[in-house]
Design a protein around this ligand. Structure first.
Ligand SMILES: C[C@H](O)[C@H](O)[C@@H](O)C(=O)CO
Ligand SMILES: [Mn+2]
Length: 418
């Protein structure tokens, strides 16, 4: 390792130690945290099962940056590059449409064998897999309703798909020795004000109860449910609202998934974590960046990311929180997007861990808000960058922006030929 990185690290350690922070211990803790990289950033949410189907469900990818993955092998190769540039050991999050098979198989017929190549790859990489049923980009979701559809046949199709997804997830957990988190998000909703808000919610509740009727060992799979305020084409009403899934998750023992882009534009998820985890065993995060709406921009080191990280660290909520990413930007290099968003997420956690939490809590209890504000602000310019550089180097990953050169070389040698 470069001597200047070690020197800066040692200087930073002394500063943090003066506030009782053991930086070596912090880095050991940080290395245990897994972030789940969403496969769908790699190909603009296209998947491999129905290559000709347009993205639907009220989500959108903009941009046409060349080089996106077209096959499962390309996607895995791209993920390997991204993972090699991110410190720590992480997970990969698959959607059902990323099945790797030459069979003509519909969503309700998917089985673990259609994901065998992903499991083999994950074993080779020593990483875990997470999963999602894909309740969009399919003719049976064309009118914007799936699990809450009024038509029995269509609703049953989606129930079958979600049940099949849980079996696939269970196989991931069993095969890989790491619990798979399966996230259920359905786009169902109305563009305009509905007359009946209740009936679709009753149907969604009943469908989910049917989907979850089979017990699965939580060592292999845990389920999460993701709410949303609005989508494109469901601006006035989303069946699976926050209140719906708060109630559903808490009464059914399911993890609640909070996506940073799924609330009112000024509403933040950081302020929800301590409340939800007061009553729920587990939580799933979709770390994202909404720009004016659920735009799924690449995660940057903004105030909300830092606040999410602080909440997780200060409340010791990390052991019960599954951290997933959810953004898709088609206007920049697809691998760089993963690397930027994931490195920022980990770096934000590091910054939060490098704050004098116990000292600040004591000061707050004493009512000394002057010192609280002064310290929090001063810590914003403490040398966390020196610790981050050392962490990257010690994990065998590039320091600072050195990773970009590797992405550019890969772009020239591999992506430009696609
Ligand atoms: C592709 C994902 O499942 C999707 O982004 C979902 O998690 C979501 O956030 C929809 O807005
Ligand atoms: Mn999401």
């Amino acid at each position: 390792m470069d001597q200047s990185i070690i020197n800066s690290y040692n200087e930073a350690k002394k500063l943090y130690a003066s506030h009782g922070i053991n930086v070596d211990e912090v880095l050991e803790k940080l290395s245990q945290i897994k972030v789940s990289l969403h496969c769908w950033q790699g190909d603009d949410v296209r998947g491999f099962l129905f290559k000709d189907k347009e993205l639907s469900g009220g989500i959108a990818v903009t941009g046409s940056y060349p080089g996106r993955a077209n096959t499962p092998n390309e996607l895995r190769q791209d993920l390997e590059i991204a993972l090699s540039l991110i410190p720590g050991k992480h997970k990969v999050n698959l959607h059902a449409i990323y099945a790797d098979t030459t069979e003509k198989v519909d969503l309700d017929e998917l089985e673990p064998r259609h994901f065998a190549s992903w499991v083999d790859w994950a074993k080779e990489q020593g990483i875990g897999l997470d999963f999602n049923p894909t309740c969009f980009s399919h003719p049976k979701a064309a009118d914007g309703f799936t699990l809450s559809h009024a038509d029995d046949d269509i609703r049953n199709f989606w129930i079958k798909h979600c049940k099949a997804s849980r079996k696939i997830a269970e196989s991931f957990g069993r095969e890989l020795g790491q619990t798979c988190v399966t996230n259920f998000w359905v786009p169902d909703g109305y563009k305009d004000t509905p007359v009946d808000r209740l009936a679709p919610r009753e149907r969604l509740k009943n469908s989910l109860d049917e989907v979850f009727s089979e017990e699965i060992n939580p060592q292999y799979n845990i389920d999460a449910v993701e709410s949303k305020l609005f989508g494109i084409g469901s601006e006035s009403y989303v069946v699976g609202s926050h209140e719906f899934y708060m109630g559903y998750g808490l009464t059914r023992g399911k993890a609640i998934c909070l996506d940073a882009g799924h609330f009112h534009p000024t509403e933040v998820i950081s302020n929800k974590l301590s409340s939800i985890l007061m009553f729920s065993e587990q939580l799933l995060l979709h770390v994202s960046r909404p720009v004016r709406w659920d735009s799924d921009h690449v995660v940057t080191m903004d105030d909300e990311l830092l606040e999410i990280a602080r909440e997780l660290v200060r409340g010791d909520l990390l052991p019960r929180t599954n951290i997933g990413l959810d953004f898709f930007d088609g206007s920049i290099n697809h691998i760089a997007a993963w690397v930027i968003g994931t490195r920022n997420t980990i770096k934000a956690l590091l910054r939060a861990m490098l704050e004098p939490v116990e000292e600040l809590k004591k000061i707050e209890l004493l009512g000394d808000y002057t010192t609280r504000l002064a310290l929090v602000e001063e810590f914003k310019s403490y040398p966390f960058g020196a610790v981050w550089d050392y962490y990257c180097a010690s994990q065998g990953t590039p320091v600072r922006e050195q990773w970009l050169a590797e992405v550019k070389t890969y772009e020239q040698e591999v992506l430009s030929a696609r």
